[in-house]
Design a protein around this ligand. Structure first.
Ligand code: BES
Ligand code: MN
Ligand code: ZN
Length: 505
């Protein structure tokens, strides 16, 4: 779809539907909504006075213009209370309004810039939020379904702005928002794809295609290379599968003084291996590469938006299957740095493949990375702790986590810190190896993070456990059914924050 900015009067705009807005409690609207109200001889005010429209959050009221305006329909989108209004609400409102327009079969829509009027939010940021919300809110994953005959797609959104001096900022905002929204949708596409389609080989091919499109460097390594590198933990997981594992490396060179490393879990299907999962809900495990998908998609957006920072991203990709050669409980494997691991539960495979990826990314960057962020659907325990509202974050460096939290806030994605008290580490002590891969039921997300920490030297590092937020059953705001596209936008914002404010050496 095309999103653009035009100078003009929203009331005179020709579209299938024009979108204006209303704060709760307002009885005689001003700004763009007021202009449309006047052109309709007070129809909006009248609907308000009749109680048909109250400006409640996400309330959508459609008014037919019956020849009074160039556009046949006006949608009055409720903004809620003015004092509660934020960019997150702008984003969600744009998503809800766009879906309303699609249901109303409107292909060409036009809107005022929600939030940039009496709410007083920054026009650039509002335009970005509207573009992000629209692109993400309209997302569908239909590639394996027969198309429905009377379905339409929204083709065009025009942000109509009266004030010429705002146009350039709105255009910049729209561009950024489209890139970010499309990146989130690209991650959703990867996560929603079934496991028989999105094998490790296919994930690597898609990463390569993205790299070719955006000018990223991409290398994909095969099993013999993993053997040379001594990646026994990753290979131990891959053993149970007939699909060849892939190790994907993406590089972005934006210059600047910092080198950031992103690591994403790329389990294209997690059966649990020999410690096999129950049948109910196992199909969800096609999304066990959501961390890798987020990293790949974020790198694509970064290549387009060009922050001044270098980034190396690695995605270890394999299935976790219970084949005849699969790793068994009690087996001992050795990671790239020589540490031995007793595999107590083959379903704790994410930390095994991440261990080798963490070793590799530190060795592969000259002088080592300045910061490492890994992203993984790592533990069911994180959903018990935080539900589907927030990701969990565990770190050895509060300054890095602080920047990540700001990035998440900017994206409207939530992240909550769990503690790394040394006492938890005892839970992963092994009698036969340097560590074991599970630490029992208690504090399962934290002991997983302690396992990963064993493979990180003193580099500032944050581990993001996104297992609770990788997909949703409900449509709400920018969220649609299926893969969430979290935390793509957070990762892009973090690159900009670290480019502008490198961590102290
Ligand atoms: N991929 C799962 C975690 C997961 C669970 C992601 C639910 C999304 C939704 C991970 O590989 C796993 O199986 N973790 C185990 C670890 C346990 C064996 C220590 C878990 O959480 O049960
Ligand atoms: Mn597992
Ligand atoms: Zn897993």
């Amino acid at each position: 779809m095309d999103i653009r900015v035009e100078r003009g009067d929203i009331a005179q705009q020709s579209a299938d539907m024009i979108i204006v807005n209303l704060f709760e409690g307002v009885t005689s609207p001003g700004g763009g909504t007021g202009a449309v109200d006047a052109a309709l001889d007070g129809a909006i005010s009248q609907v308000i006075n009749d109680g048909g429209c109250r400006g409640k959050p996400n309330e959508m009221t459609m008014i037919h213009t019956l020849g009074k305006l160039p556009s046949p329909r006006v949608l009055v989108a409720g903004l809620g209370k003015q004092e509660d209004f934020t960019l997150d609400k702008v984003r969600a409102l744009a998503a809800t309004a766009a879906r309303y327009a699609r249901r109303a079969r409107c292909e060409r829509i036009a809107s005022i810039t929600h939030g940039a009027g009496i709410a007083g939010l920054d026009p650039h940021d509002c335009a970005q939020a509207i573009a992000e919300g629209t692109v993400m809110g309209l997302y569908t994953f239909n590639r394996h379904k027969k198309p429905k005959e009377d379905d339409i797609e929204v083709q065009e959104l025009v942000l109509v702005e009266f004030d010429q001096s705002r146009i350039a900022a709105l255009q910049r905002g729209v561009h950024r928002g489209v890139v970010l929204g499309e990146a989130a949708n690209a991650a959703r596409d990867l996560s929603n794809e079934p496991g028989n389609v999105l094998t490790p080989t296919e994930l690597a091919a898609r990463a390569q295609a993205l790299a070719a499109d955006t000018g990223l460097e991409c290398e994909v390594f095969d099993q013999p290379w993993m053997e040379e590198q001594g990646m026994g933990a990753l290979l131990g997981v891959a053993r149970g599968s007939d699909q060849p594992p892939k190790f994907i490396v993406l590089r972005y060179r934006g210059g600047g003084s910092s080198h950031l490393a992103y690591v994403g879990k790329g389990i294209t299907f997690d059966t649990g291996g020999i410690s096999i999962k129950p049948a109910a809900g196992m199909e969800e495990m096609k999304g066990d590469m959501s961390g890798g998908a987020a990293v790949i998609a974020a790198m694509g957006a970064i290549a387009k938006l060009k922050p001044k920072i270098d980034i190396t991203a690695v995605i270890p990709a394999t299935e976790n299957m219970p084949g005849g050669r699969a790793t068994k409980p009690g087996d001992v494997v050795r990671a790239m740095d020589g540490k031995s691991i007793e595999v107590i539960n083959t379903d704790a495979e994410g930390r095994l493949i991440l261990a080798d990826a963490l070793c590799y990314v530190q060795a592969a960057i000259d002088g080592g990375p300045d910061a490492i962020v890994d992203v993984a659907t790592l533990t069911g325990a994180i959903s018990i702790a935080l539900g589907d509202v927030a990701m969990g974050a565990m770190t050895n460096d509060d300054a890095l986590l602080g920047r990540l939290q700001r990035a998440a806030e900017e994206a409207g994605e939530k992240i909550w810190q769990l503690p790394m008290y040394e006492e938890y580490k005892d839970q992963i002590k092994s009698d036969v190896a340097d560590m074991k891969n599970v630490g029992g039921r208690n504090a399962g997300s934290i002991t997983a993070a302690f396992f990963l920490k064993e493979f990180v030297d003193d580099t500032p590092w944050v581990h993001i456990d996104m297992a609770g937020v990788d997909f949703y059953e409900k449509v709400k705001g920018v969220t649609v059914k299926g893969a969430s596209g979290i935390p793509v936008r957070t990762l892009v914002h973090l690159a900009f924050i670290l480019a502008n404010e490198p961590l102290e050496a």
